[in-house]
Design a protein around this ligand. Sequence first.
Ligand SMILES: [Mg+2]
Length: 349
Amino acid sequence: MSKKDFFIASLLGGAVGDALGYTVEFMKLDEIKAKYGEEGIADLEVNPYSGHALISDDTQMTLFTADGMIWAYERMRDRGIGSYAGSGVYQSYLRWLYTQTKRMPDEHYDWLLDPQPHEGKHRILNYRELFSARAPGNTCLSALESNKMGTIEKPINNSKGCGGVMRVAPVGLFLHKNPEQAFRVAAEVAAITHGHPSGYLASGALAVIIAELINGKSMANSVEQGIVILKSYPHHEETLHALEASVGFAGSEKQPEDAIGELGEGWIAEEALAIGLYCALKEPDFKKALMMAVNHDGDSDSTGAICGNIMGAHNGLEAVPQEWTEQVELKELIVELSNRLYDLAAEAR
Ligand SMILES: [Mg+2]
């Protein structure tokens, strides 16, 4: 398998995990078991109208992250201006806001709806699936509607919801050659909408784990590297504890249901990362890992998406359940953006 297959696998893996979890996002485990049986939800649900398994806001925003990284990179390459978070991803998220609300925070941003130089035939705003409301996070909506861009230095709010970490896998992929930069940019990208340190540091840690898996490191070494870089940031303790608990439980005899219960519910960033990572560490089979990651009381689509991002970067495309990738919505766009991220990462220094 080429490295490109690992890029595709990380984003497609996240999409199928998101789609599996989206069906049960707001159900408690008891309700899931009552409906789907003792093993919980075990298969994608195909929407009868579209013929596809629906992705949620997690994958929608991940695609806008990918497009924003490409946008920023090409602008920096061709014109020597801008930054990843500040002038590519932020603008891309304003477009995401438009898909959900049909409004921009200011009329000065209307030009963002026009075709941009980085866009080829796969123009992201041409996909009407991205305009569907799939339980978008209120923190993301209100932060972007404020017409201010959150940064690490000037936090937009005090939120540590998982809306940052669920969408940053493309940063880890694109910047895999420089894990320190991947951490920094992923944290900045999350801080656009999530101002609490755990809200953006969990994103940095996930990006490093994905970057190092792409670099061919083992799961254990990739997580270790994520922890090393995390510790160089202030206010890292909460995220560190969550990661250490995740690794500790994965290496113990603790039953997954109990372990996940102790790691939390995943509505907040460090818990979502801890649960997604735990399932990827605990269960080598892709499908079973995603089932483990979504069948619990909490934020099933986000923990499923994060687990799928990690499993894909670790195991590559052959391991992603093909019957699921064929059913999932927007597969073509996901593959196209993965390919472009890979091609541009290869040319970037
Ligand atoms: Mg969601």
